[in-house]
Design a protein around this ligand. Structure first.
Ligand SMILES: [Fe+2]
Ligand SMILES: [Fe+2]
Length: 243
């Protein structure tokens, strides 16, 4: 069920199909002097994700576990990944460290980052972009500067069991999914971030659900977000709430 694909120079996508939600859940492993895992998967999927990481490198070597926002599929395995790796530090936004992590039972080291902060992992440079309210208050994204690789978490996701790399335009399906599930409270913070990401012009984009895409394919998804409704319309997982 969990597969590992190289999606860049030293960048691996660990993908698992979740039929109950109709999406894949992906983690990304950056193999470098100080190896980095971006998203951990849920608490329950820890063993499967750990096994997948071990196909590439010893999980005890992990130096950074990056959590772009605190939600179970992004962070459920964080405690065990950090506990197993003596050098590992959990990296999240400074907002996330304050409003979420500091009040939970997480005991490991943590680094809260602000927009523009950079972590060098050896050959690679991870720059953080704060993107509040692009899904959650504490949301951030990661941009690996040397390969031009963006890790946008839940932005640009595609429903369905997608291959490791997608070139298809699933922008309409993406917007429909966002409206039905209700993950974006409003469109303004998302569209501001989309403008910023367009200027950033990443070579590769690695969404957390679906397949990775080139910067060229990204243009179609940006167009969909600019031309189709995607923000909350009263529905949560397809269930209309009273107004
Ligand atoms: Fe999320
Ligand atoms: Fe997610």
């Amino acid at each position: 069920m969990t597969r590992v694909d190289a999606v860049g120079d030293g960048i691996y996508r660990i993908g698992t199909w979740w039929p109950e939600y109709g999406i894949t859940v992906n983690q990304f492993l950056i193999d470098d002097d100080r190896p980095t895992l971006v998203h951990t998967g849920t608490f329950q999927s820890y063993e499967a994700v750990r096994k997948a990481v071990a196909q590439v490198l010893d999980p005890r070597r992990l130096a950074y576990v990056v959590v772009p926002h605190f939600e179970a599929d992004e962070c459920g395995g964080m405690g065990r990944f950090v506990a197993e790796a003596p050098e590992a530090v959990l990296v999240c936004s400074e907002v996330g460290a304050g409003i979420n992590l500091s009040g939970w039972d997480y005991r490991g080291p943590v680094k809260g980052v602000r927009d523009g902060h950079v972590i060098e992992t050896g050959r690679r440079r991870l720059r953080f972009l704060e993107t509040p309210h692009v899904h959650h208050w504490d949301s951030m994204m990661v941009y690996e500067e040397t390969t031009g690789s963006l890790f946008p978490a839940d932005l640009f996701i595609q429903p369905g069991e997608q291959p490791a790399v997608v070139s298809e335009d699933l922008g309409r399906e993406m917007c429909t999914l966002y409206r039905e599930v209700g993950i974006f409270g409003g469109d303004k913070p998302v569209l501001q971030t989309v403008d910023r990401l367009e200027r950033l012009a990443p070579h590769w984009v690695h969404p957390m659900h679906g397949g990775s895409m080139t910067g060229q394919t990204l243009g179609r998804y940006i167009h969909a977000l600019r031309t189709q409704p995607f923000a909350y319309e009263g529905k949560v997982f397809g269930r209309m709430l009273p107004t």
